[in-house]
Design a protein around this ligand. Structure first.
Ligand SMILES: NC(=O)c1ccc[n+]([C@@H]2O[C@H](COP(=O)([O-])OP(=O)(O)OC[C@H]3O[C@@H](n4cnc5c(N)ncnc54)[C@H](OP(=O)(O)O)[C@@H]3O)[C@@H](O)[C@H]2O)c1
Length: 286
């Protein structure tokens, strides 16, 4: 692993957070419907510890994963944190029940969400706090204005956005310095294609969620499997390698509750696709 491309491939978020480009998404260490305890908490703790042991230093979570469970497991597994570890969390969604997500961008809610995350993660400051989803009932400026205040107070180091379009990014950049955008993006869902380039041009990290299309890109067969065979790899590994080659600001956070899948995914971050393979994969989108 020491000489793998994965170990030497960094992006600096906000000019001072140097992270390996391949991170870990901590949404899957919760129960079904991203609700409650995971089926096997011991395995969840083991996955998180193994991720860091293997060199991952960028972990994505949210207060709404569980809710709270993902952040609690991260603290249980990793606190006191290694010095170079960046935990990014998010706020701005309520969880009425399993698989239910309701935006709440009111400053009152964001205050409670941020304070809760700081407490659960045992931190004085969140390195990267992402506004989970714009709330149609609350002006974006109002939600972000609150986060800017919290940044001034030292509770947030950098601010990121999630689930935004180009217009919302532009609007947000008038209020805060945006250092990362986290949107749905993978080989077969390219709805944020232009945002990848826009963010890269502005030196903003792009964090693609559902990098494996919730596991669909890990399935055997098809073009992915064919190219995977060239690298003695799995389809999931190739899907992740494609993301990393797509743009230097791409920071995939593959999510898993399994140590085996975690190890497989990290190996995928070491694969170098040829330009022809990259192009052939890029034409796969449905
Ligand atoms: N900002 C947002 O609105 C938003 C929304 C969704 C997700 N996210 C973030 O993005 C991260 C990534 O998304 P995700 O975890 O939902 O989706 P994903 O990475 O596309 O897929 C995760 C699914 O794929 C399976 N999987 C992972 N590695 C595999 C492998 N090597 N072989 C076979 N199956 C594999 C996992 O099952 P196992 O557990 O069995 O491995 C899990 O069911 C999340 O963890 C979260 O941090 C953000």
């Amino acid at each position: 692993m020491a000489d793998s491309k994965f170990m030497n491939d960094y992006f600096t978020i906000g000019g001072d957070l140097k992270v390996r480009r391949f991170g870990f998404g901590a949404m899957r260490i919760t129960g079904k419907g991203i609700w409650g305890e995971p089926k096997d908490r011991k395995e969840a703790v083991a996955v998180v510890k193994r991720a860091v042991e293997l060199g991952i230093n960028f972990i994505d979570t949210a207060d709404s994963y569980g809710p709270y469970v993902s952040e609690e497991i991260l603290a249980e597994a990793l606190y006191p944190y290694p010095q170079n570890l960046i935990i990014a969390t998010k706020g701005g969604l309520l969880r009425p029940g399993p698989d239910q997500w309701t935006p709440d961008g009111r400053p009152e809610h964001l205050k409670e969400a941020l304070e809760g995350s700081l407490k659960r993660l045992k931190l004085d400051r969140i390195d990267l706090y992402q506004f989970h989803r714009p709330d149609p009932k609350v002006p974006l400026e109002e939600s972000l204005g609150f986060l800017a205040d919290m940044q001034k107070q030292g509770k947030i180091r950098h601010i990121g956005l999630s689930n935004v379009n180009e217009e919302q990014l532009k609007q947000a950049q008038k209020v805060v310095e945006v250092v990362a955008v986290q949107n749905l993006y993978n080989l077969t869902n390219r709805s944020s294609e232009s945002l990848v380039d826009v963010t890269n041009d502005r030196n903003i990290g792009f964090i693609p969620w559902f990098p494996l299309a919730t596991g669909n890109l890990a399935k055997p067969g098809g073009k992915l499997a064919e190219i995977a065979a060239n690298h003695d790899a799995t389809p999931a590994q190739v899907a992740l390698a494609w993301l990393l080659k797509r743009s230097p600001n791409m920071l995939p956070i593959a999510g898993t509750g399994s140590v085996e899948h975690l190890e497989e995914n990290i190996k995928g971050a070491g694969i170098e696709l040829t330009n022809d393979e990259f192009e052939a994969l890029g034409n796969l989108q449905s």
